[in-house]
Design a protein around this ligand. Structure first.
Ligand SMILES: N[C@@H](CCC(=O)N[C@@H](CS)C(=O)NCC(=O)O)C(=O)O
Length: 198
């Protein structure tokens, strides 16, 4: 079985998968969709043009175009090894998934704000609304998420999302003490080491 992971080095969603495949020691070829060749290869496998996409070749070929879908597939295939590596990303942990959903709603809104403002979009309220969504969701999460082992879906997403938000300077995480504590524990754990956005 060979695997290709489409995505660049800045995406928080791609990073989630790099952390998991790295913890498993899986040989995965990275395809950077920001190069013309990578973009063409991505367009050939997925109509959505979003990353990550995991392409699995072998007796049962698969194209998985979403980080949560990929994470569930990895859990299905390698759950025992992931557990041994300190992760529990069982997709039937509904409370954890509900928190993860909130993290990713905030991340999507932050991504939206970042790119719309970078492209010079004239804000007639939509960008402000997205920015408020980031803040209310982060404030809510700040009281609910702590970093514990094994690392679950919400913690994995939040670690990657906060690092991205700091990297892109889209919010001031320091306003949320619970998230500051989470970020310190996440950094100290080394879970994301070597995959930081750059
Ligand atoms: N729900 C998706 C979100 C993926 C996503 O938004 N990826 C961003 C990069 S961080 C992307 O591909 N953006 C390109 C675009 O929207 O054109 C997942 O979990 O994989």
């Amino acid at each position: 079985m060979t695997m290709k992971l489409f995505g660049g080095t800045t995406s928080a969603y791609v990073r989630k998968i790099k952390i998991l495949t790295g913890a498993l020691g899986l040989p995965v070829e990275s395809v950077d969709d920001r190069t013309p060749e990578g973009a063409a290869a991505l367009a050939a496998v997925s109509p959505c043009g979003k990353v990550p996409v995991l392409m699995v070749d072998g007796p049962a070929p698969l194209v998985l175009p979403d980080s949560s879908l990929i994470a569930s597939w990895l859990w299905n295939q390698h759950g025992t090894a992931l557990r041994a590596a300190g992760f529990d990303i069982d997709p039937t942990h509904w409370e954890d998934r509900a928190l993860q959903m909130a993290v990713e709603v905030a991340l999507d809104a932050a991504i939206n704000c970042f790119y719309l403002l970078r492209d010079g979009f004239e804000d007639k309220g939509y960008v402000t609304k997205q920015g408020k969504r980031v803040e209310t969701t982060l404030a809510w999460l700040s009281h609910r998420v702590t970093f514990t082992r094994p690392v679950g879906l919400a913690a994995l997403s939040l670690g990657c999302a906060l690092d991205w938000m700091v990297f892109r300077k889209v919010t001031d995480v320091a306003r949320h003490p619970g998230l500051v504590a989470f970020g310190a524990a996440w950094a100290a754990s080394g879970v994301g080491r070597g995959t930081e956005p750059q």
